[in-house]
Design a protein around this ligand. Structure first.
Ligand code: SAH
Ligand code: SF4
Length: 450
């Protein structure tokens, strides 16, 4: 979601005549797009701001804008920071060019956030976001050939630990016509893979006359667009609603990737209840069984929070058991971080010591690593189709293995990361790679076909 917002904002600024630089030294304006999901992310922003405050001592004309969830959450408090000139919430990003231009001219601080974030967005404002979204949704330049398309905004789920409903506002599904038009435009610019985004993307629902559109309808309509070859969607909330339809379109359309990111968060029913997640571990595993029965080659991924208030060893072991049974291709594990204003932060004490959270995190990762390793090994000797992303950021191979070609990275339809040697011009292309080596999270291979 944040990558998409960054892409929208940078394209809007570029259209207004600004040019992008990664170097603070060269910049007249610094924008920080922020996340409030965990405290750690916010602390990193504050430390950047500390650094910028220092720089501003010698360059008082530098304009600093903080945009996104942290801007909405802290509002005035952030604006009072010495380094900050502009605070702009997620709903206000269509105003970014105006805010930046004004700040450069007038050198005055400005605050642009929603006063009551849980109130429905006024029509004028949601029209502005719609326009902004369709005008600036261009290719994600960092990953050629790929783009994100938001299908829903906000969230109404109120999982007790989560700040998202308080910073992104009420859940709204975008009109299917706008989404499909946007995908068509992206396809015309050469985009091959679209990832549909929503906090509960599988709950997408739009009523137009007597027709109710669900995610499966969007996937079907997007599949019919020439040029689009792979469709992915994140993130799924474990629920029966529309689940069969989604599995059906995954089976029917070769373009819909067999990949399902469906966070469980915990394997303990007691903790799931405290998290306000509306399912049990058993129901969750039934959904995975159903998915695997319908789409045998499906790759499933999940998220977990360890150290939620009241999580005793028995609860944690239930999570370990669930991870073993779920056989994820990969999962993301987070240590509980109390978020101001959420039900968990208000009502429950953050009573799991940080060393216990850390140990549980490491233990769960180790369990998952073994499963990921076994699943990765099944690829040895096989040929896989990947969409090349570009040069690998981490050097995975030594110089002998690498030869004289750069190391590139790509992903399979089921989201496995594949590292191989090839020419950088392959970025954005589909290619076939033969897997010669595996590790838990990465497959290594040789290019076999252009
Ligand atoms: N809408 C998605 C994910 C939103 S946030 C969903 O419902 O799954 C991404 C992930 O961050 C969550 O899946 C959760 O595992 C983690 N997360 C959210 N709030 C957190 C918190 N307060 N502390 C630690 N992890 C958190
Ligand atoms: Fe947060 Fe739950 Fe909404 Fe996901 S579904 S964004 S975890 S409240």
């Amino acid at each position: 979601m944040n990558k998409l917002d960054t892409a929208l904002v940078t394209s809007a600024l570029a259209e207004a005549g600004f040019s992008l630089t990664d170097s603070v030294k060269e910049a007249d304006v610094v924008l920080i797009n922020t996340c409030s999901v965990r405290n750690h992310a916010e602390q990193r922003v504050l430390s950047h701001l500390g650094h910028l405050k220092h720089i501003k001592k010698t360059r008082p004309d530098l304009i600093v804008a903080v945009i996104g969830c942290m801007a909405q959450r802290l509002g005035m408090e952030l604006l009072e920071h010495e380094a900050v000139d502009i605070v702009c919430g997620p709903v206000q990003i269509p105003q970014i060019t105006e805010l930046v231009t004004k700040a450069l001219k007038e050198k005055q601080k400005s605050l642009s956030v929603t006063e009551n974030i849980r109130q429905a967005t006024p029509e004028k404002q949601s029209d502005a976001i719609e326009k902004f979204e369709s005008a600036y949704s261009i290719k994600d330049k960092q990953i050629p050939g790929q783009a994100f398309v938001r299908v829903m905004r906000g969230c109404n789920n109120f999982c007790s630990y989560c700040v998202v409903p308080y910073v992104r506002g009420p859940e709204v599904s975008r009109p299917p016509s706008a989404i499909i038009e946007q995908i068509r435009k992206l396809a015309n610019t050469g985009v091959k893979q679209i990832t549909l985004l929503g906090q509960r993307v599988n709950a997408y629902k739009y009523i137009a006359g007597d027709k109710t559109y669900c995610l499966a309808d969007l996937l079907q309509m997007a599949s019919d667009i020439d040029g689009i070859e792979w469709l992915k969607f994140v993130t799924n909330y474990p629920s029966e609603e529309f689940f069969d339809d989604i599995l059906q379109v995954m089976t029917d359309s070769p373009k819909v990737c067999n990949y399902l990111h469906i966070p469980a968060q915990s394997g303990s029913d007691k903790i799931l209840r405290a998290m306000n997640r509306h399912y049990t571990a058993c129901k969750y595993l039934e959904l995975l069984d159903k998915a695997r029965a319908a789409v045998p080659e499906i790759a499933i991924a999940g998220d977990f929070i360890v150290g939620f208030p009241g999580e005793i060893e028995e609860d944690f072991q239930a999570t370990v058991e669930l991870v073993k049974k779920a056989k994820y291709r990969n999962c993301f594990i987070f240590r509980y971080s109390p978020r101001p204003g959420t039900a968990a932060e208000k009502k429950l004490q953050d009573n799991i010591p940080s060393d216990v959270k850390k140990r549980r995190n490491i233990e769960l990762l180790a369990v998952q690593e073994q499963i990921s390793d076994e699943l990765s090994r099944e690829f040895l000797g096989k040929e896989v189709k990947i969409l090349v992303e570009g040069p690998s950021k981490k050097p995975h191979l030594n110089s002998v293995e690498r030869g004289d070609r750069p190391q590139l990275v790509g992903r399979t339809a089921t989201d496995y990361i594949v590292v191989f040697n090839g020419h950088t011009s392959l970025a954005g292309q589909f290619i076939e790679v033969k897997i010669t080596k595996t590790s838990p999270l990465t497959l290594f291979g040789e290019l076999i076909q252009l």
